[in-house]
Design a protein around this ligand. Structure first.
Ligand SMILES: Nc1ncnc2c1ncn2[C@@H]1O[C@H](COP(=O)(O)OP(=O)(O)O)[C@@H](O)[C@H]1O
Ligand SMILES: [Mg+2]
Length: 153
């Protein structure tokens, strides 16, 4: 059932595109946890490569799971920005936040793969991923993916 529903979600991505797929994730969080959620789209929406769309979908999925599981937030805002060159993504919640004193590298050893996985997905796409959080201060995750460099002639 789990694998089937994963496949179903990815076909939503292929058939409807990134923004409707993100909207379904955002609505899901609202339904399951009652968290007020917003999806903002900046710039002119366009299709991205399947690798980039899948990575963004998975990052938002895991980030919203974390908000539901850990944040006790009343609001979360997902912003997807289509820039002339590249794309940006932020997931901002107003929940309890957490201290990032130990590095993200140490989390997988404790069986926590979510944040490390997001950062790895970003790295594989040549992007950057940052986490800003603090106890009582909410959490902001940011992904930046630059336009692919033109190959030298
Ligand atoms: N949005 C959030 N709000 C509060 N705490 C968070 C949030 N996201 C992550 N965390 C904290 O960071 C830890 C690591 O997250 P993650 O790598 O996804 O592992 P897991 O969700 O399996 O615990 C969580 O256990 C939690 O303490
Ligand atoms: Mg997690």
């Amino acid at each position: 059932v789990h694998r089937f529903s994963q496949a179903l979600r990815l076909s939503v991505l292929d058939d409807l595109g990134l923004i409707p797929a993100l909207r379904s994730l955002v609505n899901g969080l609202q339904e399951r946890y009652g968290t007020r959620t917003e999806l903002a789209v900046k710039g002119v929406e366009r299709r991205l490569t399947p690798e980039v769309e899948t990575a963004i979908f998975r990052i938002v999925q895991e980030a919203l799971n974390n908000v539901g599981k850990h944040a006790q937030a009343s609001e979360v805002c997902v912003t997807m920005e289509f820039r002339e060159a590249g794309v940006g993504l932020t997931i901002l919640d107003n929940g309890r936040g957490f201290d990032l004193t130990a590095s993200v590298d140490a989390l997988p050893r404790a069986g926590k793969l979510g944040l490390a996985g997001m950062r790895e997905r970003a790295r594989l796409l040549g992007g950057t991923f940052s986490i800003v959080s603090g106890s009582g201060k909410g959490t902001c995750l940011t992904l930046d993916i630059p336009a692919p460099k033109a190959s030298p002639a």
